[in-house]
Design a protein around this ligand. Structure first.
Ligand code: B12
Length: 315
C-alpha cells in the first residue's frame, strides 16, 4: 500500500471533483477546511480552490476513520499527530474504477449502439468489453444518461415492435442492473450523512432509474439504501419508523403505482422523525398534472434535478 506522500501535490481538482472522488459533500469539505485547516488547496485569482491527488487521499483517510467511529475532531487530531512526527499515513486501497483517463474514440451514442448490439445478441463478453472501455473514457453521468438510457430506450422500442424477445430485454436490463449494483457497492457508506431510502413505488418494476439515482447520491456522500422494486406503502412506512431516514425517494412509471402514494406522506408525518417523501419518474413526466396529487416533493423530471433538489432539501 502506498503512503499518502506518494500522491501528487499538483493542484488540479475543483471542490466538486474532490467531493465526487471522496463522497464528502462540498458543504462538509468547506466546513472541515474552515475549522480544522486540513487541506492546502491552491487559490486561483478568481478565488476558486484547486485540490491535489494528495488532498483526495487525506480526505479518504479521514472519512475512513469517521466510519470506524471516530469524531471528526479526533480523526483530525490523529492525522495531525502523524504529520507533526513527520509521518504520512498509509493511503486507503482504491475501491473504485479510476477516473476516466482515456480520450473517447467515439461519441457516447456510438457506445450506446454497440452496447445495444452486444446485448441483443446475448453476447455478454462483448458487452463487458464495451463497458471496460466506456468506464475508462466517460464519467458516470455520461455513462448513465447517454449510454445506458438510450440503449434501454432502444431495447424497449425493439421489444414493442416485436423484434426482440422478452428474454432478451430481461438479459439486457439484468446486465445493466448488475453494473449499477457493482458501482453502488463500491462507494463507501457514510454513517454521519443524511440518509435516504430509494426504490420504486408499489407495483412498479422499473428499478433502473432508482438504482442510478442511488449510485449518484451515494457518490455525493449521502447515506443511501437502495430498496429495489415494488415497495408496498404500509411496509415502507413501518420500515421508515425503524430506519429513521431523512427522506424516501420513489420512482413511479404508472398511474396504478402513483395512486397508492396519495396517503403516504400523511402516514410518514405520524412518525417521530417525519421523513420527507420525494418522487419522480416517467408517469409524472408524462402527466404533469398528477404531480400535485401526491403529497410530498416532486423532485423534477430528470435524475440531475433530483440530485439538486435533494441537496436543497437536506443540506
Ligand atoms: C427494462 C424494462 C422493463 C423491465 C424492468 C427491469 C428492471 N429491473 O428495472 C421489466 C421487464 C420489469 C418491465 C416490465 C414492464 N414494462 Co417495461 N421497460 C423496460 C425498458 C426497456 C427500460 C426501462 C428503463 O430502465 N429505462 C431507463 C431509465 C433510466 O429510464 P426511466 O425509467 O424512464 O427514468 C428516467 C425518467 O423517467 C426519470 N426518472 C425515473 N425515476 C425517477 C425518479 C425521480 C425521483 C426523478 C426525479 C426522475 C426519475 O429519470 C430517468 C432518466 O431520465 C423500457 C423502455 C423505455 N423506453 O424506457 C420499457 C417500458 C418502460 N416498459 C413498458 C411496459 C409496457 C412494461 C410492462 C407493462 C410490460 C408487460 N406487459 O408486462 C411491464 C410493467 C411492469 C411494472 N408494473 O412496472 C413500456 C411502457 C409504455 C408506457 N408508456 O406505459 C416501455 C416504455 C417499453 C415500450 N417501448 O413500450 N420493463
Amino acid at each position: 500500500m502506498a503512503s499518502i506522500a506518494e500522491f501528487s501535490k499538483e493542484p488540479k481538482y475543483t471542490i466538486r471533483i474532490l467531493s465526487e472522488r471522496t463522497g464528502v459533500r462540498p458543504v462538509t469539505l468547506r466546513a472541515w477546511e474552515r475549522r480544522y485547516d486540513l487541506l492546502e488547496p491552491e487559490r486561483l485569482d478568481n478565488n476558486y480552490r484547486l485540490y491535489s491527488d494528495r488532498d483526495i487521499e487525506v480526505v479518504r483517510w479521514i472519512t475512513h476513520r469517521l466510519d470506524e467511529g471516530l469524531s471528526i475532531s479526533s480523526a483530525v487530531r490523529e492525522y495531525k499527530g502523524f504529520r507533526s512526527n513527520g509521518i504520512w499515513p498509509e493511503a486507503l486501497p482504491t475501491v473504485l474504477a479510476p477516473a476516466p483517463s482515456k480520450t473517447p474514440e467515439f461519441p457516447p451514442k456510438t457506445y450506446a449502439e454497440k452496447l445495444f448490439q452486444a446485448l441483443t445478441k446475448h453476447d455478454e463478453a462483448a458487452a463487458r468489453k464495451i463497458m471496460d472501455s466506456v468506464q475508462s473514457m466517460y464519467d458516470l453521468k455520461t455513462i448513465f444518461f447517454e449510454i445506458f438510457y438510450p440503449c434501454l430506450y432502444e431495447i424497449g422500442e425493439a421489444w414493442y415492435r416485436g423484434e426482440i424477445r422478452i428474454a432478451t430485454e430481461h438479459f439486457a436490463s439484468a446486465f445493466i442492473r448488475g453494473i449499477l449494483m457493482q458501482l453502488l457497492q463500491a462507494f463507501p457508506i457514510y454513517s454521519q450523512a443524511p440518509s435516504l431510502l430509494i426504490g420504486c413505488g408499489p407495483e412498479e418494476f422499473h428499478e433502473i432509474a432508482a438504482l442510478m439515482l442511488s449510485v449518484l447520491l451515494r457518490r455525493e456522500g449521502y447515506q443511501v439504501e437502495f430498496l429495489g422494486a415494488d415497495l408496498p406503502v404500509e411496509d415502507l412506512v413501518m420500515y421508515a419508523e425503524d430506519a429513521n431516514p431523512d427522506m424516501i425517494i420513489l420512482s413511479v412509471s404508472s398511474e396504478l403505482s402513483a395512486r397508492q402514494l396519495y396517503k403516504m406522506q400523511a402516514m410518514l408525518d405520524k412518525l417521530p422523525s417525519k421523513p420527507k417523501l420525494g418522487f419522480g419518474g416517467r408517469y409524472f413526466n408524462e402527466n404533469p398534472q398528477a404531480r400535485d396529487q401526491v403529497p410530498g416533493v416532486f423532485l423534477g423530471a430528470s435524475l440531475d434535478d433530483a440530485i439538486q433538489n435533494v441537496h436543497d432539501l437536506l443540506d
